[in-house]
Design a protein around this ligand. Structure first.
Ligand code: CA
Length: 236
């Protein structure tokens, strides 16, 4: 397979160079833009396989760039956000970015996210049928994002809206660790009291309902001192 082409959009020169160096070390072809308009131009010309997009740009925001690209393309977009603004992360996902990473980030983490996004976009089973249910563990667990339905071994499971939303977020980004605060932010808008520790209660209920052993979970794993992550990738 030809090396993936990655467009990096970042106006801070030193961050751009660090990202570029790591990506090239990992055999990606890197294109760079330091403005939103420059990014849109290059996107048209080069059809990159993935875009790393800074949220705060000197001309138009990363948010706007994302919106324009999404009108015509489903290219994976990884948003870079500042640590101070938790809300940005949430908006990043809502505005059509596929994932986000907060500054400062480790280059290794960035590469891991990129690999996972590329794998997802290159997996024909997932790309061809975005509306079909995702299954995990050899069809043990299936989630239909259109019907908001969760099945265990073909039998429907009754989850509360918040439990569903949590499971939806975790399964959409397998292996990705979410802090409790991120999860709180991502499910806000639903009737939720907003306390980070309440997440633990919901996770406990989800594990029970999907038959996951809390001591040795196979699906919903605990990331100690951080939060939770979904442990398995979707079935091919
Ligand atoms: Ca910036």
């Amino acid at each position: 397979m030809a090396p993936a082409k990655i467009l990096v959009v970042e106006d801070e020169e030193n961050i751009l160079q660090v990202i570029k160096a790591y990506l090239e070390k990992n055999h990606y072809i890197v294109y760079e833009a330091d403005t939103g308009k420059g990014a849109l131009n290059l996107f048209e010309k080069l059809s990159p396989d993935l875009i790393v997009l800074d949220l705060m740009l000197p001309d138009i925001t990363g948010e706007e760039v994302c919106r324009v690209i999404r009108r015509t393309s489903g290219v994976p977009i990884l948003m870079l956000t500042a640590k101070s603004s938790e809300d940005d992360m949430v908006n990043g996902l809502l505005m059509g970015a596929d994932d986000y990473i907060t500054k400062p980030f480790s280059p290794r983490e960035l590469i891991a996210r990129i690999i996972s996004l590329l794998r997802r976009s290159q997996n024909p089973a997932m790309a061809a049928n975005p509306g079909s249910p995702l299954t995990f563990g050899g069809k043990y667990l299936s989630i239909d994002h259109e019907l908001h339905e969760v099945n265990i071994q073909g039998e429907p499971v009754a989850l509360t809206p918040i439990e569903y939303k949590l499971l939806e977020i975790l399964t959409k980004y397998p292996k990705r660790a979410f802090s409790r605060l991120e999860l709180v932010n991502l499910i806000q808008g639903d009737t939720f009291d907003g306390f980070e520790r309440t997440i633990d209660v919901h996770i406990k209920n989800i594990r029970q309902k999907i038959g996951d052993n809390p001591k040795h979970p196979v699906y919903v794993g605990t990331v100690f001192g951080v939060g939770y992550r979904f442990l398995v990738n979707a079935d091919e």
